[in-house]
Design a protein around this ligand. Structure first.
Ligand code: NAD
Length: 476
């Protein structure tokens, strides 16, 4: 049994009703248990964050920057332990767990830099009016609730924690009940660095713990990453309290492959875009739009590449793809395989669970999927790729944009002028040209349409935790 809650600078036992079993997806077996936080403990965490706010928001930004650098250094020092938890609990191959850890480290360094630049952002505002002067003051939003999912827990939490702390906010973080262990590192690091009690609180629990936090009247803002279903509940609760909310939700993103591509290079990008993290990426490019002239060359090579992937237990063997992270996700993906069979979709490879212990499925490719199929329109969150042919650039753009989501897209073409033109026409938050899933802390993250509200990363990620105040004086 773990002691999983970090409230007001102390580790405490959960007093909630829910008992959380933590699984190793490669074996389908539990390896840890913890008791969820009670509603009263959620109250305590929010109260601690409120109490810590006045002192924390008035710390010198350079002090906050040095603490954030401390987080980055400490994450690196815990590298082996953090990789092991991600491999065991998420089922991530080692090289992917390393990418996640390095991303989290880079995020803390980046927001340390931005924190140091904060004093220079409070500056005079030139006014056209005579007799007045004004200045801008960027202030922290206040106490923020951070709710995150299980697919990239270390990273998703870093993308929220680092800018929130840099801005001078105090936080209550709720990790996913599927992966509740990894974020405990943030509490341990806070202890090691001597972060003032209450600045960072971590509470674990299931949906009802999340709801207790997102409905809490003591928050000034909520930042949520997760499904559209829960995101809309979180938004409803924010609306009732007229409180700002950032939402990072689902996706059904397109990868557009034009005739002039090198087919082998395109196959590499396509496979990475759907099989990294076993396809459990909000940004998975799960709709392949392939131009008529290259389709017959590309699809057999893609089929062969997917069949060659080594799928297995990342703790036991060298693998390209691990299992799905939860049994619920495995059932969901298998449900889509059943739907595809009912719809009579043409399956070029995969389309089934692997016959072994653990929550494994085969990398899957369906060809010529109709655009009204639920496999084409709904987020599956697994290594399941649907392809569809197009003939003209205009058609490709229209097909890509015909989605309720708008998170990302990838454009593959040797004609860079065309690629840039297509990138500009796509209704998404982030486009990759001839690359795949490369996320840099300096660029933004977030989507249009059903993929959410607001942006993380870059200066926009910091602004999400800041409030703008102007002080205007009469020179009179
Ligand atoms: P989820 O919505 O089920 O859960 C997310 C978090 O919300 C968890 O911590 C959960 O305990 C909590 N929660 C559940 N019910 C709640 C409620 N009623 N009130 C408040 N909190 C509640 O999502 P998931 O299955 O963990 O994650 C997968 C989803 O996350 C996918 O849709 C994926 O696309 C999305 N996602 C988006 C991004 C992005 O940046 N856009 C990144 C990662 C994942």
């Amino acid at each position: 049994m773990h002691t999983p809650h970090y409230i007001d600078g102390r580790w405490v036992e959960g007093l909630g009703d829910d008992c959380i079993s933590v699984f190793e997806p490669a074996r389908g077996q539990p390896f840890a248990e913890l008791r969820a936080a009670s509603v009263a403990q959620v109250d305590q965490a929010v109260a601690a964050a409120r109490l810590a706010l006045p002192a924390w928001k008035n710390t010198c930004p350079s002090e906050r920057a040095s603490l954030l650098r401390g987080f980055a250094i400490q994450l690196d020092q815990r590298r082996e332990a953090l990789l092991a938890v991600q491999m065991q609990n998420n089922g991530k191959p080692r090289h992917e767990a390393e990418i996640d850890l390095d991303d989290a480290i880079a995020t803390f360094h980046y927001y340390a830099d931005l924190a140091e630049q904060l004093p220079g952002k409070n500056r005079d505002v030139p006014l056209a009016a005579v007799g007045f002067s004004a200045r801008t003051r960027l202030e922290p939003v206040g106490v923020v609730g951070l709710i995150v999912p299980w697919n990239f827990p270390l990273v998703t939490s870093a993308w929220k924690l680092a800018p929130a702390l840099a801005a001078g906010c105090t936080v209550v973080l709720k990790p996913s009940e599927v992966t509740p262990l990894i974020e405990q590192a943030y509490g341990q690091i806070a202890d090691t660095l001597g972060l003032p009690p209450g600045v960072l609180n971590i509470i674990n629990g299931m949906a009802r713990t999340g709801a207790a936090l997102s409905n809490h009247k003591g928050l000034d803002k909520l930042s949520f990453t997760g499904s559209n279903t829960v995101g809309s509940q979180v938004m409803r609760s924010a609306a009732e309290q007229c409180r700002p909310v950032t939402l990072e939700l689902g996706g059904k993103s397109a990868i557009l492959v034009f005739d002039d591509c090198d087919p082998d290079q395109a196959v590499e990008w396509i496979v990475a875009g759907i099989c990294w993290n076993a396809g459990q990426m909000c940004s998975a490019t799960s709709r392949l739009l392939v131009q008529d002239g290259i389709a017959d060359t590309l699809l057999p090579r893609l089929q062969a590449a997917l069949q060659k992937l080594r799928v297995g237990n990342p703790l036991a063997e060298e693998v390209d793809m691990g299992p799905l992270t939860s049994q619920a996700q495995w059932h969901k993906v298998c449900g889509y395989f059943a739907s595809a069979r009912e719809e009579g979709l043409q399956c070029l490879t995969g389309g089934q669970a692997l016959d072994r212990d653990g929550w494994f499925v085969s990398p899957t490719l369906y060809a010529d999927v109709p655009t009204d199929s639920r496999l084409w329109t709904e987020e599956i969150f697994g290594p399941v790729l649907c392809s569809h042919r197009f003939s003209t650039e205009q058609q490709a753009i229209a097909l890509a944009n015909d989605s309720a989501f708008g998170l990302v897209a990838t454009v593959c073409s040797a004609d860079l002028v065309r690629a840039e033109r297509v990138a500009d026409a796509l209704e998404v938050g982030h486009v990759w040209i001839n690359s795949v899933q490369a996320v840099f802390v300096e660029t933004s993250w977030g989507g249009t349409k059903g993929s959410g509200i607001g942006r993380e990363l870059g200066p926009w990620g910091l602004s999400a935790y800041q409030s703008v105040k102007h002080v205007t004086r009469c020179l009179g």
